[in-house]
Design a protein around this ligand. Sequence first.
Ligand code: C2E
Ligand code: CA
Ligand code: CA
Ligand code: CA
Length: 279
Amino acid sequence: AKEHGGTRHRRYAPEMDERAGEEARLGAELRTALDTGQFRLVYQPIVSLPDGRIVSVEALIRWDHPDRGFVSPAEFIPVAEQNGLIVELGAWILRTACAQAMVWRNSLGDAAPERVSVNVSARQLAEPGFTELVASVLAWTGLGAQNLIVEVTETAVFGGGQAVQAVKDLHELGVRIALDDFGTGHSSLGLLQTVPVDVLKVDKSFVDNITMAGRHAVIATALIQVSNGLGLQAVAEGVETAEQATELHRLGYRLAQGYHFGKPVPEPDFRGAAVTIVA
Ligand code: C2E
Ligand code: CA
Ligand code: CA
Ligand code: CA
């Protein structure tokens, strides 16, 4: 690159090309991965406090790439959103998660988690016919609408339009709506006035350091108050220690999720005693 002048601008250009090329490769491989069954779902418990009972599970996608090994969804979901494959991939995620939830209901009865929570991206939500897709998946699997939670981010519904309409239609169907990573977006509180929301997933960043009196604890407290005041359920995300769980319970949180209670796995132990909070 030196012989081309070596300006800041020129030195950066090849790296950007490389990055674009890498994304294009990844995008093409996503297509193959979907066609050849390289994706699977894992499920992370969402438990009630303080007893640690698993009330629902969040479905999270995993990609076991034949050469690259594990590729994080944080890396490939944005690429799938960019090239549009998320629409088809998202439909597969929805069908697989709802079918799995039915398998648990049929085999475990009362021990089965009450609900399965599925992440839906902005692009999927804005896609015409998304509500019809959800309705047909529910009909096909036999899962009740009340047993499904759709997790959307604030950013996905921020723009209004088709995405907000889809959320309203889903809510009308009886599907629960969760606002994911709550508090990290742009208009968190304002959105609660325009979008029908049932669950607030309080972002991990507010749970970290919650045991040290300070800003995190103040915000976590404010969020549980907003949630309770509006009659919503709050889920504390990313709980990693018993001390955090205890503090969250003390602040009024009744639902939590995180490595402390269970990592995402293909088959959580619904019958086993979950980790509870410290006395
Ligand atoms: P998210 O929806 O906020 O999911 C929570 C992420 O936090 C998951 O990462 C989960 O494994 C991780 N996590 C849970 N508990 C803890 C904890 O105690 N400590 C720490 N450090 N992490 C914890 P994962 O599975 O890598 O997913 C990352 C993101 O990728 C998700 O964030 C979501 O935005 C996206 N994603 C994952 N699966 C799907 C999917 O099926 N569809 C869509 N559209 N997006 C997905
Ligand atoms: Ca989520
Ligand atoms: Ca989240
Ligand atoms: Ca997140």
